[in-house]
Design a protein around this ligand. Structure first.
Ligand code: ZN
Length: 143
């Protein structure tokens, strides 16, 4: 547990492609602009959504599909590295037609309807993930 200082670098704004996978498209923007660490936020809508919940006892993710098309009320996350590759970690709050929200860890299979993404580059030492025995998660090394 700890902290490290970064400075803010470039800011990239992107419109994600209709029909793309949310996590893959965010990673593609980060890669295209050579951002190895960033914080991210986005709003928009998804044609289909999959979220997951991490069970702190079994150390397993349970995935669930969200019914129907949804608004991305809020999507927050980070970009960092895992085994040298870009890894997007994002959590979303999603609303259905009646405004009722569900939320969780964004899983593969979220299909973009339209999405406005803002990536804020973090400049500093590489932010790498590694397996953490206590939580069973890939957490930031050296922090
Ligand atoms: Zn998560």
């Amino acid at each position: 547990m700890g902290a490290r200082e970064f400075t803010r670098g470039r800011c990239v704004v992107a419109r994600l492609p209709h029909g793309g996978d949310l996590l893959e498209e965010i990673a593609a923007v980060a890669d295209e602009h050579g951002m190895r660490a960033a914080d991210l936020r986005a709003i928009g809508a998804l044609q289909a959504a999959r979220l997951s919940y991490y069970d702190q006892t079994t150390h397993e993710y349970g995935e669930f599909a969200v019914d129907g098309a949804v608004e991305i009320v809020s999507l927050l996350g980070t970009v960092s590295l895992r085994e040298g590759a870009t890894m997007v970690h994002a959590h979303a709050t999603l609303a259905g037609h009646d405004g009722a929200c569900v939320g969780g860890h964004v899983a593969p299979g979220c299909v973009v309807f339209a999405c406005e993404l803002v990536l804020q580059e973090l400049v500093g030492e590489p932010l790498e993930r590694e397996f953490d025995e206590v939580t069973g998660l890939a957490l930031w090394r050296g922090l």
